[in-house]
Design a protein around this ligand. Structure first.
Ligand code: ADP
Length: 183
């Protein structure tokens, strides 16, 4: 699942995970759990996370490697929130190739910027995530365009990117994803 913050990656990834019966790996969720538990990873991630910046690749690469190595991910998985940088994309590529697997679909959730801002501020009121302050929201959107959006061209060259209009009801968007995947 690829797309800016607030585009619905988590929601659609969860629906897809249940429907296909394969796990969803979400780096953001794992980091929130680590911060709550106060593990070394959580402590090191916190200042970056709270500011809406990416957690350094040095921390995230280990995390991704260990998630991909888990038995439940051997039959396939839905990646939510990673890869988010070129270095992460390279690690994913290397790890999957070594196992004879590959990334088959990149679902790019397309949502206009003003709608994203509206959703993120709405969610801030409901969920109160530490990175939902107006300033952190701005930083997350800028970071997406700078560090993550270039991955669209990277995966586009391989013909695996599918643009999904991310505006509509949750069900409509899930239907569109079903149509794209052909299952
Ligand atoms: P959103 O897409 O709304 O920003 P996420 O839960 O995916 O929500 O990410 C929240 C934050 O967690 C990011 O701003 C970043 O600090 C951290 N994070 C999540 N995934 C990654 C990743 N792959 N690399 C670096 N930082 C990450």
């Amino acid at each position: 699942m690829l797309g800016p913050p607030g585009s619905g990656k988590g929601t659609q990834g969860q629906i897809l995970s249940s429907r296909l019966g394969i796990p969803k790996i979400a780096t953001g969720d794992i980091l929130r759990t680590a911060m709550k538990a106060g593990t070394p990873l959580g402590l090191q991630a916190k200042s970056h996370y709270d500011a809406g910046k990416l957690v350094p690749d040095t921390l995230v690469l280990e995390l991704i490697k260990s998630e991909l190595a888990k038995p439940e991910a051997q039959q396939g998985a839905i990646f939510d929130g990673f890869p988010r940088t070129a270095a992460q994309a390279e690690l994913v590529e290397k790890t999957l190739t070594a196992r004879g697997q590959r990334l088959t679909h990149v679902l790019l959730l397309d949502v206009p910027e003003e709608e994203l801002v509206k959703r993120l501020h709405g969610r801030a009121i409901q969920e109160g995530r530490a990175d939902d302050t107006p300033e952190a929201i701005r930083t997350r959107l800028v970071t997406y365009h700078k560090d993550t959006a270039p991955l669209v061209a990277y995966y586009g060259q391989r013909g695996v990117v599918h643009r999904v209009p991310g505006v509509g009801t949750v069900e409509e968007i899930a239907e569109e994803i079903k149509r794209i995947l052909g299952r």
